[in-house]
Design a protein around this ligand. Sequence first.
Ligand code: FES
Length: 317
Amino acid sequence: MNDLLKLRLRQIRLEAEDIASYELVSATGQALPAFTAGAHIDLHLPEQMVRSYSLLNDPAETHRYVIAVQHDREGRGGSAWMHTRPRVGDVLQAGAPSNDFALADTTAPAVLIAGGIGITPLLAMARQRQRARRAWQLHYAARSARAAAFMDELAALDAGAQAVQLYLGDSGDARMPLAAIVAAAPAEAHLYCCGPARMIDAFVAACAGRPAAQVHTERFAASSAAATAGGFELVLQRSGRRFTVPEGKTILDTLLDHDVDVQYACSAGVCGTCRTRVVDGTPDHRDDYLSDDEKACNDAIMVCCSGARSPTLVLDL
Ligand code: FES
């Protein structure tokens, strides 16, 4: 944890109803680690909360990171803290940027599809494509005009080219024709989607006939519920410790309850931070991070949400 970045909050801006952006600069004067479009940082908040936020500014910028947070009143507390506690000038801690939703380095067109706060990584992608003078189009759905963030920046990026299409829930043309957008994309296009689970499921279904390498998604939450049935033994091979995972707890809950030092961020099976090597046993995969092939290998598990199909699970911890 000593290698966390110290970031000073330079600006907080209300971008839309319940969405604020946060501009973070180095608190030490050292250059910030570079990032690529689609990357996120893990902010380390009080009470051991770690939350992943996509970087939305231009990856060519080396002096700042900009994130946006939607206040989720039903959430686990991270967004509520971000919307009520930090003040300009405060220093926050974060891991270096990492990217599980990278923009392909190709001249083939990029079709970017965003729902709600899912606009953030796609905004960075649109900026990078625009700077590289490569073709892109962005389709952005929000529940209302008031809930749509970064409208001025999108208009400036678009500059009348009609690369940006909006679908606002309180206007006449509210529904995003997702299947038609995908169907109209050239065969060589790369397609990217970030938004609510239902949108991503529809996107994945619409892209079924396209090469998997050209279809990119980033979820906020896993599409399956976390495994909390418990009732299996957890063996930590390196330390020799063993625990029973009780009903109602995930593997991660159990590890934290026993003060095992394990990395995690989203706690929802989407960021990959908690990936742990499986030495023996069969995981009950519930995440949206590992590919189907990786899940079939059963040699890795996302401990924040997945469980065990075998009576004992031996982990490389
Ligand atoms: S903490 Fe994000 S996948 Fe487990």
